[in-house]
Design a protein around this ligand. Sequence first.
Ligand SMILES: [Zn+2]
Ligand SMILES: [Zn+2]
Length: 449
Amino acid sequence: MMRFADASLSTLIQRDGHECACGRTHKVSIDYLSIRSGAIREIPQALDAMGAQKPFVVCDVNTRAAAWEQVERVLGEAGVSYTLFCFPMTQVEPNEEAMGSLIMAFDAGCDCIMGIGSGVINDCCKVLSHAVGRKMMIVGTAPSMDGFASNCSAMIREGVKCTLTNAAADAIICDVDIIREAPMRMIHAGLGDMLAKYVALCEWRLASLITGEYYCENIAQLMRTALRRIFDSAPKLAMRDPDAVQATVEGLVLSGIAMSYAGLSRPASGFEHYFSHLWEMMALERGQAFELHGIQVGVGTLQALRVYDQIRELKPDREKALAFVRNFSREKWEDELRRIFGRTAEPVIALEYSTFHNNDSQEHAVRLERIVSGWDEILRIMEEELPETETIAALMRSLNMAMEPEDIGFTWQDTRDAFHAARDTRKKYLTSSMLWDLGVLYEMEPRRG
Ligand SMILES: [Zn+2]
Ligand SMILES: [Zn+2]
């Protein structure tokens, strides 16, 4: 069996995929992938690999300034014709308006999409690629998120955040010379999105132990190895060191590959991401601006690590947990969600009764037994997967990253609410779900540093 952690990027993306000890064959559909200094010169090869000739190029004012001149030169030298669409603003919202602009400008004579950018441009191009049935290349301009190789887009529909699962990029070009010049907050965002992986991997193992859900050690090991490289070089991100930027971008791309391999977001996203998701839901409800995904996730990761510090001090109490669920009031729970989410509460509540059944007492009893009997194992997994909270805090501090909710415009009440309500928004077993199962979730809160 191939150990993914030892494999090169080009081996990992081989068409036929790889058989794995977990019983699955893991594969990802990427025609071309290059992450290095000067990668932009490989755009013609990437087009060839995709079987495409004429790209519909999408950028915004910022990404145009960051990379278009160089991309244009490469396309010109290779004699590639194209149609260019530039969003006439610096901040594009990934919503119906942006997608409408793209559809109206789309040149049907183009046989592929080429996004120049990261975050929003990447997400919008994935949706466009899916809608018009053309392959897509992303030319990354910032290491700000792990969506390069993932097949879902973070969009806003009718004012509500949603995740569309549609197309993934068929070619990924990340030129380290361009990416290292990205605004420092975007570099912080990429690191924040990677630090989350410590928590995500820990939670994946916990969830597998408690609910019996699928877990693959080979994929987890791939992520751990990428994380180690990033952590070791991260202090040099302050100087935009090429090796540190390279490690971060590779980690972000690998996160997408790992998610495709696993067929779920577990290798890259755990309850630290839910602080970000819920803060964003609150901000959208209030019509308030919010920070880059990865910056919020970095703050969420620190909160999550502090929650784990509290979990280490817990003693599971079976009777207390059973009494908690026996006395659980659906009315009070619904009222809490309405207070936290406002308009968005009703669909969340409806999903619990139709689909999630997170609050079902029979399923709870089964999970509780596994938690109580597996407590030593749970503590051991945390020990193996999680770094010291202070180690991560010190790294973030040294890089001048946002660390506390107040740094990104959210209060402690918002943070408490996000912590308590995260498990209600999905059918996904979170670390906070385990605390609910133990009957202690609502008496705990995130800690200040
Ligand atoms: Zn596997
Ligand atoms: Zn993320």
